[in-house]
Write a protein that binds this ligand. Structure first.
Ligand code: SF4
Ligand code: SF4
Length: 163
């Protein structure tokens, strides 16, 4: 019988650091600025990306020393993954934490870091740099696509070619 991949054999807590890091699909959605409604605590995504996020690769341009530039960058850990309410529904950590599986476009499944972009899951090409945007104007940039990209995604790699 074929051996199950590590993310089906282990809980997030049981993963090595390298395995844990690889659960990130590279979508970049968590690096978008979010607004929290003061009274309700509701959180809204904006299309404004962190100044360190590359809008095309969706990678952090200074990941090892990001806190020198973005002191409030939230590190996702095994301890806090349960407590962060704004992880998008497609996030690999959220999926596994909820007992679900990774989708075909996850680089661990596809073997290709581009599939998260090809499937339309990532933030590639649809964000704006936060530099120069007044925080008071962030509400003009509220979007819901970070929460719905999974709904519209091709269900299989074959569906990509048919679009
Ligand atoms: S939302 Fe999740 S999968 Fe996407 S970049 Fe952030 S941590 Fe990685
Ligand atoms: S500092 Fe890097 S990891 Fe943190 S939100 Fe910005 S781009 Fe994302």
């Amino acid at each position: 019988m074929e051996e199950q991949p590590f993310w089906k054999q282990k809980t997030l807590n049981e993963m090595t650091n390298a395995e844990w890091e690889s659960i990130c699909d590279g979508c970049g959605l968590c690096c978008l600025n979010k607004l929290e409604e003061w009274e309700s605590g509701d959180i809204y995504f904006t299309s404004i990306r962190c100044k360190l996020l590359d809008g095309e690769s969706c990678q952090c341009s200074s990941y090892p020393n990001r806190w020198d530039f973005v002191p409030d960058c939230v590190q996702l850990t095994k301890q806090n993954v349960d407590e962060i309410p704004w992880l998008p529904p497609t996030c690999g950590y959220r999926l596994l934490n909820e007992g679900r599986d990774l989708y075909w476009w996850h680089p661990l499944v596809s073997g290709d870091p581009e599939t998260v972009h090809i499937a339309g899951i990532s933030a590639r090409g649809r964000t704006i740099d936060e530099t120069g945007i007044d925080v008071d104007n962030y509400e003009d940039y509220v979007v819901d696509w970070p929460l719905t990209v999974g709904d519209d995604a091709p269900k299989t790699p074959d569906e990509v070619g048919n679009r």
